[in-house]
Design a protein around this ligand. Structure first.
Ligand SMILES: [Zn+2]
Ligand SMILES: [Zn+2]
Length: 531
């Protein structure tokens, strides 16, 4: 037996201001496949994520809808949880950044960074609204764009132009529409610039494990030079600043949300009598995967590692960066406002959560942007899964005239092939090459169907019953091993097969059925999609 590894998997924290669509899911699903695979291998896995519940988009929406920011973020959080459950995500903990636990832990982490000299105070020019009696954030300003002449929010115009401080000075408060005045405001800053060479070394050491987009994006930022970033802002919704003189400010989401990997891991371990250092520290955590879309790369390859370095306590830095490209829908950007949108629950009701998972992992935006359409999805569902997997299981377990499959002798050649697929598929999953892993799964299904066709059990059943018993028993064992191999990709189907075959447990090990199996009436695993 190989050594059990300690594996931490961090799935990106979705922002609780919208619903999760297939595009978001395509960036997150690799994390669940990795978690399931490592559990089957017998590794110790902590797989965490949560909803990012703070920040101005949520507070502005709350003002508009006349409710508290907590109501807004809780509502979307609940929607996220429903979607993750629908797709059978197996997080050990899916939490929120608005919990007391997260707040308290982030405050402790920030104090340590401060004590280590990586957080400092600085005074800046800032814009103040005398009516609201507060310094306003960029997003809380309405100004006229110099380039296109349109009215825009202070964090940037739709035309792509980014306003200067001088442009914003002419703007107005988005809440009360009053003119703004310039004042002096102090904020706390994180000394990101101090980590330039350390992050460069970290990249060199790990890049052979990263996706190409992560390497390129990280290099791009390092080339521009890392600059210090403000960690406090003028808001009343968010994590309280654990230093004196900052009662009216809160911690910026960019710093506290990524620290959620540490706080969620710690919380899960404390609640389950595990040692959180086993998953968080360099000398005990074996693999740390970070799983997200390409818009999130720098938070996981620069900011998060720099924060861990600033703690100076030998934290395990992310070793594997699993950053996906974008998924489009019907050839276009996914957008509720333009109507180019499909609710995940509707997609699943027409197909199945398992085949949607298989589509996302096998045909998704792993290394380049890819497209989803109901037509493409139906083709994969029908031609690959129903025809190859559904059919093989059906014609074995519903063999006409057969009431039980007797324990017999497994065909040695087939066993050898199945063992090879465990190796090959496992290796591809560990390299997070899910497209190739799914392709191998399909090859295994094709092999199984070919074995069935070539052996002609329907002829043997009449002419050579001892040979028939061997063939059908061999097919049964292929199905038992499919229960294992399919689990990271199609967990519902995997568990259905486990149930039908009465298997004790699933694992990433070759399995044989050790007893006669009575065949009962079973529902087909899948129904065809009509699109
Ligand atoms: Zn105002
Ligand atoms: Zn503009």
């Amino acid at each position: 037996m190989s050594k059990k590894r300690n594996v931490l998997i961090g799935g990106a924290w979705p922002y609780a201001n919208s619903t999760l669509h297939v595009g978001h899911l395509s960036g997150l699903l690799p994390g669940d496949a990795l978690a399931r695979y490592h559990r089957l291998k017998g590794d110790n896995v902590v797989y965490v994520s949560g909803s990012d519940c703070h920040g101005t988009p949520i507070t502005l929406r709350a003002v508009k809808e006349k409710v508290s920011p907590k109501v807004i973020s809780d509502k979307f959080h609940e929607g996220f949880v429903e979607t993750f459950n629908l797709l059978n995500f197996s997080y050990n903990l899916y939490t929120q950044t608005s919990t007391d636990f997260h707040e308290k832990e982030v405050q402790e982490l920030l104090k340590k960074m401060y004590d280590n000299g990586y957080i400092y105070e600085k005074e800046d020019n800032a814009l103040y609204c005398e009516h609201c009696q507060k310094f306003v954030e960029d997003r809380e300003i309405i100004y006229t764009c110099k380039k296109c002449g349109k009215t825009a929010k202070g964090d940037g115009c739709d035309c792509g132009e980014v306003p200067t401080f001088e442009d914003l000075k002419e703007g107005k408060c988005a809440v009360c529409n009053n003119k703004l005045i310039v004042g002096k405001d102090k904020n706390l800053y994180f000394k990101l610039s101090a980590f330039q060479s350390k992050i460069e070394d970290y990249l060199k050491e790990h890049e052979s494990h990263w996706r190409v987009n992560a390497i390129n994006e990280t290099k791009k930022y390092l080339k521009m030079g890392l600059i210090d970033r403000a960690i406090t802002r003028n808001l009343d919704w968010g994590i309280k600043v654990p230093f004196e003189g900052y009662d009216n400010k809160r911690i910026y989401v960019w710093i506290e949300a990524v620290l959620g990997y540490v706080t969620a891991c710690k919380r899960y371990c404390l609640e389950n009598n595990l040692n959180y250092n086993d998953y968080l520290k360099e000398n005990s955590c074996d693999i740390c995967y970070m799983v997200h879309g390409k818009d999130n790369i720098n938070f996981h390859t620069i900011i998060f590692p720099a924060l861990l370095m600033a703690l100076n306590e030998n934290y395990k830095l992310p070793s594997e960066i699993v950053s996906s490209e974008y998924l489009t829908l019907n050839g276009d950007k996914i957008s509720k406002s333009t109507g180019n949108y499909e609710e995940t629950v509707d997609i699943v009701s027409k197909g199945s959560s398992d085949t949607l998972r298989f589509f996302i992992l096998g045909y998704g935006p792993e290394k380049k942007d890819s497209d989803f359409s109901m037509k493409l999805y139906a083709t994969v569902h029908n031609n690959e899964i129903v025809n190859k997997l559904g059919n093989f299981v059906n014609r074995t377990l519903k063999f006409k005239g057969l009431s039980e499959i007797k324990k017999d002798i497994m065909d040695v050649d087939v066993k050898k092939i199945v063992l090879e697929y465990y190796e090959k598929i496992g290796a591809k999953i560990e390299e997070y090459e899910f497209k190739e892993a799914c392709h191998l799964v399909l090859l295994l299904l094709e092999y199984a169907n070919k074995y069935y066709d070539d052996s002609k059990p329907w002829v043997l059943f009449k002419e050579n019953i001892s040979e028939f018993n061997k063939v059908i028993y061999t097919c049964l064992n292929i199905i038992a091993n499919l229960a294992n191999i399919l689990n990271p990709f199609m967990p519902e189907t995997s568990l259905k097969i486990k149930d039908i075959l009465d298997l004790d447990s699933l694992s990433w090990n070759y399995t044989e059925i050790e007893k006669d199996l009575k065949l009962k009436e079973i529902e087909p695993l899948f129904t065809r999609m009509n699109v």
